[in-house]
Unconditional design. Sequence first.
Length: 83
Amino acid sequence: MAGSVDWREKRYREIFADSVRGIMRRRERDPSFSAADLEGTLASLYIMDGADWGGRGEVQDISLSATIAAHERVLAEWRAETG
């Protein structure tokens, strides 16, 4: 049973880290990218999360959850930087 939990946590961490890296890369390379853009993406992710009428499955739920958490983290850090 412990093995089944391990892969979930590992996958969540991988997706979270990849998402944070992608957002930060975009922030560094795209001067037009703003916190408002990130907020818009996050709003869309929340809609996707709530629109699970067909059942995504566990793997997709983990992916979406990690992606949302990464966006929330970067947005919070961005807001803290800009005061």
